[in-house]
Design a protein around this ligand. Structure first.
Ligand code: ZN
Ligand code: ZN
Ligand code: FE
Length: 748
């Protein structure tokens, strides 16, 4: 081929995988190719985007370079492969029809995107035909995952199929030079969906509906507002009465409410934002970001250091603020108690009738519920606490798995992971499966994922938690033909290793959390492993086992867990007396703990945190998961450094008895509870480091719900530096379990 008369023209086939559909990739390639005088085509294929290009070699080089360096903001190129092909003699460059191949669709569907600057400019331009239109979008922004009904991502396969485009929208959609070229959800006030307000018998449409909603919110009303992945319940966060009414009607006593603020400036007026936190807040994922509050909004986040805040992301949110809605809104998932978020109109009307004073309902259907995500700026970078809107269904890891795997996670904070062609797709947050509606949603999400990625469960390995009583495990065993159970805490550690692709690296894996089923049938949650993903993780060190009187209820009553842990002390004073003032439940639980009847054995560090919370004054029941532990962290933050309590490692066990004995004594002496909480955190960090020191110089992996505690992670990070590996893409809590299951099962 390489002869003197080398052709001046060559042809190349380029295959790109990653998040390249629904993010304006084809028009982007089209414009680049045209600008360089190249000919050929670009098209969506099942595996991503394919390009065939003909022209001078240097122009093709230049095109490849531009694709790699100027891709649209929401695109994520995972791989780019090129190969020479025969010259076809195309006359121009065009966008070719999507291929309907028999191959599995591993093209990654984009998460939902916030309104882009160009669309926002039009939204507020009185001369633009989409002025004030809440469904404005373009190839760079708008809904994706929440409207997709199937792949490949094309309009007939979205919830916009009910809305035929008007001539002007169609012209934009078909014009390669237009920002809306092949923007699947494109619409305008003439042809597209609209919003309606229902307030009692009153009805308002379009602009009037938005203006009336803003007015209702100013007056202190609670309004159910349809968003991108579900309904929110909104009210004025500065109105203590509105917030209190929302708590009462929603049966939500203390769990913090998320806030939506008008803009970054408003955010800075209520929380302190580090540069990392504001980057996270303004990122295309637009998560709820936890940041330390600098003002008091009564009832929003009782006894919590942080507020969870987010910026507007849907055009509707921007319109509400511009129509005069209060600049800080409570925007909480619309549900009762901790049921899954409502996303279907009929269901929302029914379930929220006793909560909302009015409904702002958009006509565009939501294909699946996608809650707001939660993230924070951690010691080692951004930390995802709830992987949902803006993140799902992204690929969170690439695994050496050739056959598909469905990993169903755990029963709490459930999320599932589907592995197809080695790509691990993590679902949105589903919730706690003890609620029937969440369990239904769990099954729907599995069906949804399997049909979207064309996986037949008969060919798939189905992976679940080893807990014999988890409903997720029971359901998993009813699916498919090949099954594998994975121990909970190994899955926590594996979730970090899977994210990093560290399949063979020997590590020290620390799994500290609330509850998980251990190898020996006891309740684990304070385990330190050695080994690797490939060779397996062996338990080397654990918390000294404690008794837990009365099983599950002990997780809701810190004094009940305390009775179990404290019954191991030699010198236990009467804790019903001040300053402890433990209630009767403690006395009964202590009796049970000492009798040994109806008690369980546990190594749970989560319950150790609960015990300390009880000793420091948290003697009532918790009303949401990890509430007591979060409170201990909050107390610890109020104090400066304090010398860690003793928490020795003896014979492979971390002995909590000297630690608790010292806390009891300090409390009796009247030491400041913040200082005690600080010294306790220091003790846990020091104990981890002592254990690590005894096990070697390997990287230290830390996962499990306890590591949502940012102070603890900061302390470990100070001591261990880059040797500490924590979760980056999936949550350290049980939301990350399904990825860990995938990591372990992928090793065969
Ligand atoms: Zn846009
Ligand atoms: Zn139109
Ligand atoms: Fe867990």
């Amino acid at each position: 081929m390489k002869e003197a008369s080398a052709p001046a023209i060559e042809a190349r086939r380029i295959c790109i995988t990653g998040v390249v559909q629904g993010v304006g990739f084809r028009p982007f390639v089209y414009r680049l190719a045209r600008a360089r005088g190249l000919r050929g085509w670009v098209r969506n294929a099942h595996s991503g985007v394919e390009i065939q290009v003909e022209g001078p070699p240097e122009a093709i080089r230049n095109l490849l370079d531009a694709i790699a360096h100027q891709a649209p903001v929401a695109a994520r190129v995972a791989s780019l492969a090129e190969s020479p092909v025969a010259i076809d003699g195309f006359e121009e460059f065009f966008i070719a029809p999507t291929v309907e191949s028999a191959r599995r669709p591993t093209a990654r569907i984009s998460p939902d995107l916030p309104a882009c600057d160009d669309c926002l400019r039009e939204l507020f331009d009185p001369n633009d035909r989409r002025f004030g239109y809440p469904y404005i979008n373009c190839t760079n922004c708008g809904p994706r995952y929440s409207i997709v009904l199937g792949l490949p991502y094309d309009r007939p396969q979205t919830t916009m199929h009910d809305w035929p485009m008007c001539d002007r929208c169609a012209a934009e959609y078909h014009d390669p030079a237009d920002r809306r070229f092949h923007a699947q959800p494109v619409a305008c006030p003439v042809c597209g969906p609209s919003y309606e307000l229902e307030a009692g018998k009153r009805r308002e449409q379009g602009d009037a509906a938005i203006a009336a909603t803003a007015a209702l919110l100013r007056e202190g009303a609670i309004v159910a507002i349809k968003g991108i992945g579900g309904y929110h319940l909104a009210c004025d966060a500065r109105s203590a009465d509105a917030v209190a009414a929302l708590r009462e009607r929603k049966y939500r006593k203390e769990r913090p409410f998320a806030l939506m603020v008008r803009d970054l400036e408003t955010a800075r007026s209520i929380v302190s934002l580090s540069p990392d936190a504001s980057r996270l807040l303004t990122s295309v994922q637009r998560p709820i970001v936890l940041a330390p509050s600098t003002c008091v909004l009564p009832g929003v986040a009782p006894a919590n250091r942080d507020y969870g805040i987010m910026l507007p992301y849907a055009p509707l949110h921007y319109l509400l603020f511009s129509a005069g809605a209060p600049s800080v809104l409570v925007m909480t998932s619309a549900n009762r108690s901790s049921e899954p978020i409502a996303y279907r109109d009929g269901d929302a009307r029914e379930r929220l009738a006793q909560i909302a004073d009015a409904f702002l309902i958009g006509e565009r259907k939501i294909a699946r519920r996608v809650d707001d995500s939660i993230a924070m700026a951690g010691a080692g970078g951004p930390v995802v606490l709830r992987h949902s809107r803006g993140y799902a269904p992204q690929v969170v890891a690439t695994l050496p798995a050739h056959r598909p795997m469905l990993c169903v996670g755990a029963d709490l904070k459930n999320a599932v992971t589907l592995v197809v062609d080695g790509q691990a797709f993590a679902s949105q947050h589903i919730g706690d499966l003890e609620h029937y509606a969440a369990y239904e949603s769990f099954r729907e999400t599995i069906d949804d994922f399997c049909s979207m990625y064309e996986v037949s469960l008969d060919d798939a390995l189905v992976v679940y938690d080893a807990h014999p009583q988890y409903v997720s495990s029971e359901y998993a065993r009813s699916l498919g033909r090949r099954h594998r159970a994975v121990q909970h805490h190994r899955a926590h550690v594996a979730s970090v290793l899977a994210e990093r692709g560290a399949f063979d690296t020997p590590v020290i894996g620390i799994a500290f959390d609330g509850t998980g089923y251990g190898d020996d049938g006891t309740i684990w949650g304070g385990e330190i492993f050695t080994g690797s993903l490939r060779d397996g993780l062996t338990r080397a060190i654990a918390l000294l086992p404690a008794v837990l009187p009365g099983g599950d209820a002990a997780a809701r009553h810190p004094v009940q867990a305390a009775a179990g842990f404290l019954s191991a002390l030699d010198d236990l004073p009467d804790l019903t007396a001040p300053p402890f003032a433990f209630p009767d439940r403690y006395v009964k639980a202590l009796r049970v703990a000492r009798s040994g009847v109806r008690t369980f054995v546990t190594t749970s560090v989560g319950r150790l945190f609960d015990t300390v919370a009880a000793l420091l004054g948290f003697t009532r029941a918790i009303t949401y998961e990890a509430q007591a532990a979060t409170w201990v962290e909050y107390l610890a933050r109020s104090s400066g450094d304090a010398r860690p309590y003793p928490f020795p490692l003896c014979d492979g066990k971390l002995d909590f008895r000297p630690l608790l004995q010292a806390i009891v004594t300090d409390r009796q002496r009247g030491r400041d509870v913040g200082e005690i909480a600080r010294a306790f955190h220091g003790a846990v960090a020091a104990a981890v480091c002592a254990a690590v020191g005894a096990l070697g110089a390997q990287p230290v992996v830390a996962s499990g719900g306890v590591f949502q505690n940012a102070l603890l992670v900061e302390m470990l990070s100070e001591r261990l530096g880059a040797r500490l590996w924590v979760n980056q893409r999936v949550p350290a809590n049980d939301g990350g379990i399904s990825l860990g299951q995938a990591g372990i099962a992928a090793m065969g």
